[in-house]
Design a binder for this molecule. Structure first.
Ligand code: UT7
Length: 319
């Protein structure tokens, strides 16, 4: 038994904010943000939009492409660091908004690696025979956990959602997944706050040691890609498309260089979307599938890295 992606979907909020617009509010410039990160713009959710709304729009697209009804989903996993509320899970809220009930639904919290973690879980559950159809979503509203006066972080992130439907197949599909974490690095990227006794405890805004995150990301993205290639006995040249976490074009380019892969084989959306955390990989996947870059038989390697620290890969052969 194998699993295979049978539909993809994406959603970006309507409000587009350029670097130039940010430069009117804080001490930054389009030139700084572009040259240090590759980011040109980001999308920001409307005040009445919740993460589950973004997830819903992306999920509907993926389900339509897959030709699978919400009632036929045995599992919904939402990877998010910005859930609608502390509980219930965004996955349960999404399930209700889709008009489904009865299947399993839960959130995965692995920050920017969340989608890779969630996809790996769903694949293993299908392979084990425990379930048939799964909806796997990465959805985030980072604009609500950013300090918009901190130029070191607020220029880097955006909001959005990407979704895939995973179904059983006779041939793979998903070839392998490898997941890792090292909690010793928990402080270099964190929102170190919570709600207790009716008050916010600690800080509810994202804090980051940009340089440390940069170095860690370049190291583990290349390592986890090599791990996937070794496990499948493939040379790096076999990879048709690498979809790394979309945080900074310099991190992504350095990863391609370490793998000796031409830059043309990387899917990049960081210029248009900025860093959408768990949504970044499924958003990029959806775009490359829809514009015809990813075709049947292609090897596609998804490589995530994020707070925790967490990192991981999913290698798949497009159907
Ligand atoms: O999902 C993972 C999430 N996080 C990341 O991926 C972030 C990884 N790290 C990075 O992408 C980079 O480290 C940054 C983009 C955050 C920073 O780039 P950098 O080339 O490492 O710049 P830097 O930290 O060395 O900062 C250089 C200067 C500093 O000024 P001084 O101290 O040299 O005078 C900063 O204060 O740039 C300043 N700076 C800015 N200037 C204009 C920091 N942010 C900005 C800004 N606009 N937005």
């Amino acid at each position: 038994m194998h699993s295979s992606i049978v539909g993809t979907g994406a959603y970006l909020p309507a409000q587009l904010v350029t670097n130039a617009e940010l430069a009117r509010r804080i001490d930054t410039s389009d030139e700084w943000v572009r040259s240090r990160t590759g980011i040109r713009q980001r999308y920001i959710a409307a005040p009445d939009e919740q993460t589950s709304d973004l997830a819903l729009a992306a999920s509907r697209e993926a389900l339509t492409i897959a030709g699978i009804a919400p009632a036929d989903l045995d599992l919904i996993v939402v990877a998010t660091t910005t859930p609608d509320m502390i509980f219930p899970s965004t996955a349960c809220i999404l399930q209700a908004k889709l008009g489904a009930s009865g299947g399993a639904a839960f959130d995965v919290q692995a920050v920017c690696s969340g989608f890779v973690y969630a996809l790996a879980m769903a694949d293993l559950m299908i392979k084990s025979g425990a379930i048939r159809n799964a909806l796997v979503v990465g959805a985030e509203i980072y604009s609500r956990i950013l300090d918009w006066n901190d130029r070191g972080t607020c220029v880097l992130f955006g909001d959005g959602a990407g979704a895939v439907v995973l179904a059983p197949s006779d041939t793979p599909g998903i070839l392998s997944s490898h997941l890792h974490a090292d909690g010793r690095y928990r402080d270099i990227l964190a929102v170190p706050g919570t709600v207790a006794n009716g008050k916010i405890q600690g800080t509810p805004f994202l804090h980051m040691d940009g340089g440390a995150v940069f170095k860690f990301a370049v190291k583990v993205l290349a390592e986890v890609a090599q791990e996937a290639l070794s496990a499948n006995d493939l040379p790096s040249s076999a990879i048709d498309w690498l979809i790394p976490h979309q945080a900074n074009i310099r991190i992504m380019e350095a990863t391609m260089k370490k793998l000796a892969l031409p830059i043309e084989r990387m899917v990049s959306t960081v210029a248009e979307h900025a860093n959408t955390s768990a949504a970044s990989i499924p958003l990029a996947l959806d775009i490359a599938v829809r514009d015809g870059r990813i075709r049947a038989g292609h090897y596609v390697l998804l490589a995530g890295v994020g707070g925790g620290f967490t990192w991981g890969s999913v290698l798949l052969r497009w159907h």
